[in-house]
Design a protein around this ligand. Sequence first.
Ligand code: NA7
Length: 531
Amino acid sequence: MNAEQKLDVIIVGAGFAGMYALHRMRALGLKTKVFERGDGVGGTWYWNRYPGARCDVNSMEYSYQFSDELQQNWSWSEKYAPQPEILEYANHVADKFDLLRDINFGCNITSLHFDKNSSLWQCTTEKGELFYSRYCIMATGCLSKNNIPDFPGLGNFRGEVLHTGNWPQKGRDFTGKTVGIIGTGSSAIQAIPLIAKQASELLIFQRTPSYSIPARNEAMDKKYEAKIKAEYSTFREDNSRRYAALNNNPNSVSALEVSEKERQTEYEQRWEAGGLPFLASFNDLAINIEANETASKFIQGKIREIVENQSVADLLCPSTIVGCKRLCVDTDYYKTFNRKNVSLVDVANHPIEEITESGLKTSAGEYEFDYLILATGFDAMTGALLDIDIKGLEGKRLKDKWQDGPKNYLGLSVSGFPNLFTITGPGSPSVLANMIVAIEQHVDWISDCLKHLEKHSYQVIVADEAAEEKWVLEVNRIADQTLYPEGCNSWYTGANIPDKPRIFMPYLGFPSYVQHCEHVARNNYEGFKLS
Ligand code: NA7
């Protein structure tokens, strides 16, 4: 092994997690390289360039807080940042902290094998290069492996097939074209209103309708921005004590304790204000089915008000638990169904049978289009990790270890896989918290942990199997208090991927999670073996 190949830390992924991890590892004086399959930084925001892609978290909250200079000097142009601006921000951070020189772009990692004798990870890239490191940080993202359903005939389609999660850099002009889109989750709901304005005809193939709340996006209110910046650290601290590390204005009252009139007033105000805070209208929407039904009925009423054709409105009305699948946030989604060039096709009752040369065939009919867009989501949370052949102690494969679902400790570390950390892994708040806050908390924790190991000359840290078992039970215990694990087929549980083990993956409740992590670190990394 030459000096180039020998590293202290290998980071996989140059999204927001990998970028910050690189910054922190450098500060520890550790020789670090990031390996990124894309040609630029940004992770999710690098790949998801479809029309309308936008963050559903307020811009003043969806950014790093580790550098006050950075957060003071950067200005967002809109309340909810569009994808190009988030990507610009990622590039700005990379330049400001001189990150690019330690990132290998266009570099897919195929395997990571731990060697017990040297206590080193051996990393192989797709091009056959080898690198070795003491530590591995998996910053592979929660939504980075696209779900491409196994539709018969997909390869026969003569037009272009696009996936929202791998959108061409130059975009596509749909003017005068007919477009078919499969899926009606967040990505489709953001893309549909814009594509409908451009395409001559848009066919939307829906299996399950989603609940969507208007974003009420607007230009950044400069007074609001100045107010937040004047007290940014207090604002951040306050948010990190909130359930999802988000400033979502929670109501502490039950939906069933108030009168019908008060309930409607609350929902109306939230609908008018827009966005994810709708879920915090009452304190029991996630735990009480009757309370949840009141929210469901309210949204259904809105859909029926907006959509003129009532049979289309019926199809668009979900009957599942609100919030069980991620709540969508849109601009003019339901209104788009009043356009003459837009049709909704029900593929729940009439499933897609095959993709043909010119379109697709369901059990009820055939449809033709020039472009096929798959807005079919992701093999979330575990997909990108399991795409890499990761072998730990005794040659045990992560894929085998997780064949019945992901098991790990604190969502950070897997027993049997020493010195390997997962950022926002399953078992951590991740996608059910403000992602950037969750990322920074994980990276800071890992950084403190490595500092501890170096200081005390430990070579290896590995999660204890018993601590891991207990953690998985704890994640499930909390999730089982809500309607989410059983209430729908969501990607939170892996239910959107055929044959994926069904287990509720995110840890619910950012503040209590942070307490657990801090407790573990304070108690000499309780639940880990250090040697
Ligand atoms: P989602 O939310 O997983 O949505 C995927 C959509 O694709 C959803 O409507 C699915 O219907 C549909 N789908 C998937 N497979 C099929 C097949 N085989 N046939 C028909 N329809 C299908 O992904 P998004 O990209 O929209 O959003 C992911 C996250 O990104 C989102 O939650 C935000 O956090 C940002 P289904 O519901 O499975 O019936």
